[in-house]
Design a protein around this ligand. Structure first.
Ligand code: SF4
Length: 238
C-alpha cells in the first residue's frame, strides 16, 4: 500500500531525546514480554520488575512496561546515551508496538497510509519549523516502518469535512465520495498554507521582542496589525 507523509517529516529518525521514555505508562504485548524476559536484558543495576501485569474487565492479562522510582521506563538507560535497552540489545522488532510506532501517527484510508508525527517528540517538533511550503511526499523507512503499521483504519470511511452533508446524503455513491475527497484535499492544502504562514511568522518573531510582533497577511507580509494569535506560544502549540 502506498504511504505518504509531509515532506518535513520524511527524514524523521529517533534522536534519543528520551521524552517518550520518561513518564508514560507503556502497554506491552504478551509476546514482547516473553521475548524480553527470556533474554535477561535490562538496565545495569536494575533489580525491580521489568513488566507489570493487570487484567481487563474480562479477566484478560494486560502488561505494561515497569517504571523506576523516578517514573522513567526501566529500559531507558539515561546514563548510557539515553538509549532503550530493548532496542539496543535485541532490536526494534522486540519493542512494544507503542514504542516502535511513536511518535508516528498513522491513518489508513482510501488514499493509502498517511504518516504524521506527534510533536510531543522534540525531534519531530523541530522539523515542524523547517523552511518552505509543506508538501505531501512518499514515505520511506525509517519513517515508514518495515512492519505493518498500526493506526486508525478509515479505509471504508468517507471524510466528513463540511456541513453540506454530501457524505451523509450519499455515502455509498461514487459521486458523494468523490466530492468529499475533493473537499478533504482542499482542506489539506489550506492547512499547508496555514503552516507556511505560521513558519514565516515565527521567523519574524525570532528577530524581535514581543512589542514588534505583527500579524501577517496570507501572502506572508506584515499586515500592520498585532494579535495574540501571532504570538510565539501559538506557533509552538501546533
Ligand atoms: S521500552 Fe524502550 S522505547 Fe519503550 S518507553 Fe521504555 S525505553 Fe522507551
Amino acid at each position: 500500500m502506498a504511504a505518504f507523509c509531509l515532506d518535513f517529516h520524511a527524514r524523521y529518525q529517533c534522536r534519543h531525546s528520551g521524552a517518550c521514555c520518561e513518564s508514560w505508562t507503556v502497554p506491552a504485548e504478551p509476546a514482547i514480554v516473553e521475548i524480553v524476559s527470556s533474554r535477561s536484558i535490562g538496565r545495569q543495576g536494575e533489580a525491580g520488575p521489568l513488566f507489570m501485569k493487570s487484567a481487563d474487565s474480562r479477566g484478560e492479562e494486560l502488561w505494561t512496561v515497569a517504571r523506576d522510582t523516578r517514573g522513567e521506563c526501566v529500559f531507558f538507560d539515561r546514563s548510557g546515551g539515553q538509549l532503550c535497552v530493548i532496542h539496543r540489545d535485541v532490536g526494534e522488532e522486540a519493542l512494544p508496538s507503542a514504542c516502535r510506532h511513536f511518535p508516528r501517527r498513522v491513518l489508513h484510508d482510501a488514499r493509502g497510509t498517511l504518516i504524521s508525527l506527534s510533536h510531543f517528540c522534540p525531534t519531530a517538533a523541530a522539523m515542524l519549523l523547517a523552511d518552505g511550503t509543506p508538501a505531501i511526499v512518499d514515505a520511506h523507512p525509517p519513517l515508514r516502518l518495515e512492519c505493518e503499521m498500526e493506526g486508525l483504519d478509515a479505509r471504508d470511511a468517507c471524510p466528513r469535512c463540511c456541513d453540506r452533508g454530501c457524505c451523509a446524503m450519499s455515502p455509498a455513491t461514487r459521486n458523494g465520495r468523490r466530492l468529499a475527497w475533493r473537499a478533504w484535499r482542499g482542506h489539506s492544502t489550506h492547512m499547508a498554507a496555514v503552516l507556511t504562514i505560521l513558519r514565516r511568522s515565527r521567523r519574524s518573531f525570532g528577530n524581535g521582542d514581543p512589542g514588534t510582533i505583527h500579524c501577517l497577511t496570507p501572502s506572508g507580509r506584515p499586515s500592520g496589525r498585532r494579535s495574540e494569535m501571532c504570538r510565539p506560544r501559538a506557533v509552538t502549540a501546533v
